[in-house]
Design a protein around this ligand. Sequence first.
Ligand SMILES: C[S@@+](CC[C@H](N)C(=O)[O-])C[C@H]1O[C@@H](n2cnc3c(N)ncnc32)[C@H](O)[C@@H]1O
Length: 339
Amino acid sequence: MSRWIGTANQGYSPYAIEELRRLLDGVKVTQLAAGETFLFDSERQAEEVAAAVAADKPIFLRHLQPVDRTVEIKGNADDLQELSETVRRSRLLFEDKQVAIHVRRVSKTAFPYSASDTKAVLDAVLEELDAEPVVQQPDIIIAIYAAASELYIGFGNPEDMLSDWPGGAVRFQREEGQISRAKFKLLEAEREFALDYSKFRNAMDIGAAPGGWTSLLLERGLRVTAIDPGDLHPSLAGHPALTYLKRNASEVKFKPGAFDLLVCDMSWSPMQMCRLVLDLEEALAPHATAIITIKLMHKKPLQTIREVKERFSTAFIIKRAKQLFHNREEITLYLEKKQ
Ligand SMILES: C[S@@+](CC[C@H](N)C(=O)[O-])C[C@H]1O[C@@H](n2cnc3c(N)ncnc32)[C@H](O)[C@@H]1O
């Protein structure tokens, strides 16, 4: 038996639960935060659950927290005392390790301590135990979820939790002059799919305006061909590595094998987007990478995703499909062009 907290983007937890039910039999679910976070019990041991999820990475399940201990919330300093004792009791797990504390809470009224206050208390305990408190790239995470009346506490590594951010909520710093929030999606895709955009040379950006994705690829040193009937942000005008085609993507044509990266963020009907990308597929070199958002337009996301994957599989290897934290009503596909 093992117990877990699963988290998906707001509104998508039913799909994350469906994915888990397909992966593991006998999953019993209790809602914690509607549409987003849920508690589940599996008949399988924790290692088996982690292995099953790693082998068949889910699309909608954004974060997976083991629940090793459950403590009733008192709403006073006893809670911090109890958390400290829980960490001390497992000292062997943390000794000489880099440890991150992740705290999430449903409401301030139930658990009055903020994430940073709780972290400060537990960081002091970790130091007592010869562990090094860190924020990024920890060996182990102490994850605490404060529900309405209980604290759920779990220890695990970032891989098993599917993220090294609390609840999988990846945060990027907004930059001065940033063209669009959409840029975060492409940044998150780079991290999530372990890519390094600077390794590519020539990118085609379909549906590029206002230019958040294009600007990121230019910053990484790529040549970018941006295609959009809409206007690019004026700050991009005249960039020496940018070719801007102010057109519908159905009207453009390129030499075969001209690009080693295709990115596409057209908020458009998934099937029409597929047709457009497949029409331009010859312009991609063998093994080129593609990062594509799929708009989830109607009520059956799993079916839409299945259909899109099926269509793309004629020309591409489907490496991953994932709803990123920065995706709203969409998911992101990571593809590799076949030979
Ligand atoms: C969500 S925005 C893209 C945001 C962009 N990734 C960024 O980072 O700024 C979608 C864009 O797709 C463009 N688009 C929609 N259909 C298109 C088509 N057939 N050809 C080219 N662009 C298209 C729209 O004009 C719109 O600018």
